[in-house]
Design a protein around this ligand. Structure first.
Ligand code: LMR
Length: 396
């Protein structure tokens, strides 16, 4: 039967890591997948995570199943991180949160629940959006449509065009928004723009579906949640998919959370029962290790501080790399101004190179970035800055 399945090309993002690993050039640089690296090019285990792992080994007494929604303590802690203290939707007991296998698991489970509520519902996604949003959400059966977002010519959000499209979205459709650190562009909505998006969603009955994969990597843990907290305080229904891959550095542990804001408490109970029946049919219960670490860290004042201080250093390091890259590129040539990179946030920015030039970076310099010319700034180091900048300028 499987002879009907053709060989597929490599994944546009994960395929780069495989090609990079095979590359024998000692100068090679991996700016493909969005993984934080420190100044010696290593993705560290965060100090709070390492400390929590030691505690967990001492404290864990069983490997019996966890509850279907994951650890209640982790869910409560994640909820606080996502919504902040005393959020009205949480206080009204309208929010339900479950642990998921990473942010991808959260996105997919959300799509499955949307399907149960309204088969073939329409979800509007930004142009561009994270490449994996399309199969992850589309394969669940959602019908995907697009709204304009990033303007490659001005290196900024085309907000009037975005808003104009949102205003045309039919009542009951969903819109996928990136909470912060827009992937792939790095261009984020300002607070004022979030206010306007909330106005349109409220006036037109649009359901926001927020993907928050980088809380803490943009402006800060609180600031990065501004938009979703606003939406959750004003709208009856909001969906929030959260990843802890980046902000806890728990990539391979697959730690994520899915949170629904429902219209009232009774709907929250019904929705939650459906949610757990979706996950039961998909994977029964989520992985426990990453969630247990988050539970430990966020319920221990010292570990919470250790974690958030390190996260601040990571955020500041990426912001610093952005500034250095701009200085380096703008000093080496005058034909293009790369200043926009310093204004963007999170791991990614577009260089604005053609696919041919991207391939040249790979074949001639062993520098790996996606075909869209998205670079993961977080993969740069001070040591590689000069090499990378010169290569970019050489292919311009
Ligand atoms: C990325 O965009 O590089 C990350 O979100 C990792 C991934 O799974 O694609």
């Amino acid at each position: 039967m499987f002879e009907t399945l053709p060989l597929l090309p490599a994944d546009p993002i994960l395929g780069l890591s495989i090609a990079y690993a095979k590359d024998t050039n000692p100068l090679k640089v991996d700016l493909g997948v969005g993984v934080y690296k420190n100044d010696v090019g290593v993705t560290p285990i965060m100090a709070a995570v390492a400390a929590a792992e030691k505690l967990r080994i001492q404290q864990e007494t069983t490997k019996a199943y966890t509850p279907p929604a994951g650890y209640p303590g982790a869910n409560e802690a994640c909820q606080k991180l996502i919504y902040g203290a005393g959020h009205p939707a949480v206080e009204a007991n309208r929010v339900r949160t479950i642990q998921t296998p990473g942010g991808c698991g959260a996105l997919r489970v959300a799509a499955e629940l949307i399907q149960r509520a309204k088969r073939g519902a329409t979800l509007w996604v930004s142009v561009p959006t994270w490449a994996n949003h399309i199969p992850l959400l589309g394969n669940a059966g959602l019908s995907l449509k697009e709204y304009p977002y990033y303007d490659y010519a001005t290196h900024s959000i085309n907000f009037p065009a975005m808003l104009a499209t949102l205003k045309e979205i039919p009542r009951g459709d969903l819109v996928l928004l990136h909470a912060c650190c827009h992937n792939p562009s790095g261009a984020d909505l300002s607070c004022e723009q979030w206010n306007q998006v909330a106005d349109v969603c409220e006036a037109n009955g649009i359901i926001p579906f927020v993907d928050m994969a980088y809380q803490g990597f943009g402006e800060g843990l609180e600031e990065d949640a501004y938009g979703l907290r606003l939406l959750a305080s004003r709208l009856p229904e909001v969906i929030i998919a959260t990843s802890f891959s980046k902000n806890f550095g728990l990539y391979r542990e697959r730690a994520g959370a899915l949170s629904f804001v429902f219209a009232d408490e009774a709907q929250a109970d019904a929705g939650n029962s459906q949610l757990l029946s979706v996950t039961r049919a998909l994977y029964s219960m989520p992985p426990s290790h990453g969630a247990a670490l988050i539970d430990l860290i966020l319920h221990n004042g010292e570990l919470t501080k250790l974690w958030s201080d390190e996260l601040t250093l990571m955020r500041e390091r990426i912001a610093g790399l952005r500034v250095q890259l701009v200085q380096s590129l703008n000093q080496l040539q005058k034909q293009r101004d790369f200043s926009f990179i310093a204004n963007e946030r999170g791991m990614f920015s577009f260089l604005g190179l053609s696919v041919e030039k991207v391939h040249k970076l790979k074949s001639e310099y062993s520098i790996y970035i996606t075909d869209t010319s998205r670079i993961s700034v977080a993969g740069l180091t001070a040591e590689k800055m000069d090499y990378v900048s010169k290569a970019i300028v050489a292919v311009l």
